[in-house]
Design a protein around this ligand. Structure first.
Ligand code: PLP
Length: 249
């Protein structure tokens, strides 16, 4: 389907324009945060389109965004079909179930590897697909029980075991900060994730990615070294109440 077909109605054009404005504003804020922290590298904006339709993917692409994130495999798959003409890179950012491992190999980067079981299932699926799958280790730096992720103390041993999985390439670390936490807590969590990436490097993994920062905290995350920020609400508006907080892939 041509990209323009996603903008059949004038309301879609309005939505696309709005998204373009929001993307521009976010890019400005990211640039400011980088300047404040003296960074000259790059930050990848991952537009989180979960709960929104294919028009959100099209709008992001038209605004110059090349990376989109979804937290559920099934929802992502139908959007991939609907937007197959748009060459975005797909990121899987939500908790993954083993029976979805095969479909997960369609993503450019899986951010949510946090157990041996999931890692083994992804490795097997990648082997079957004949690919090497790029993954991040999700770390639970904040220690909140509601959050997935490997405890930072367990990362070195986990990282060693990941070397045995030849079809996975461990590209870095991902974390989620607590909601509405004071800035000092956010900074502690983000710098803890940086340490996790360092631990992965020390174990010999090609870990350059640091995926952290959401709509409420991405500027601080960039100041703390995020290479990938995952933004939904601030780009596309709020998700409906019933959809909010879904994190199962
Ligand atoms: C939904 C989600 C995001 C985006 O959250 P916003 O606050 O809407 O920007 C980022 N990361 C993960 C893992 C998510 O599930």
């Amino acid at each position: 389907m041509p990209i323009s077909d996603h903008f059949a109605g004038s309301s879609d054009v309005g939505f696309a324009n709005e998204v373009a404005e929001r993307v521009a504003a976010v890019r400005g804020r990211i640039a400011d945060a980088m300047r404040r922290s003296g960074r000259t590298d790059e930050v990848t904006l991952v537009a989180v389109t979960k709960t929104h339709g294919p028009e959100a993917v099209a709008a992001a692409w038209q605004a110059g965004v090349t990376d989109v994130g979804e937290n559920r495999v099934q929802e992502a798959e139908s959007k991939m079909v609907a937007t197959s003409a748009i060459p975005v890179r797909w990121h899987l950012i939500g908790h993954l179930q083993r029976n979805k491992a095969r479909a997960a190999t369609r993503f450019a980067l899986v951010h949510s590897v946090d157990s041996d079981r999931i890692a083994a299932a992804l490795d097997a699926a990648a082997g079957e697909a004949g690919i090497t799958l790029d993954v991040l280790v999700q770390a639970n730096v904040s220690g909140e029980e509601s959050k997935g992720g490997v405890s930072p103390a367990d990362v070195p041993a986990f990282a060693d075991r990941l070397h045995l999985l030849r079809n996975l390439r461990v590209r870095g670390a991902m974390t989620m900060a607590p909601f509405d936490a004071p800035e000092s807590t956010l900074r502690a969590v983000f710098s803890g994730a940086r340490d996790v990436r360092e631990a992965l490097r020390e174990c010999g993994h090609p870990a350059t990615v640091l995926s952290m920062g959401m709509s409420g905290d991405y500027e601080i995350a960039v100041e703390e070294g995020a290479t990938h920020v995952r933004l939904g609400t601030t780009l596309f508006g709020s998700r409906s109440q019933s959809e909010r907080g879904r994190s199962e892939a």
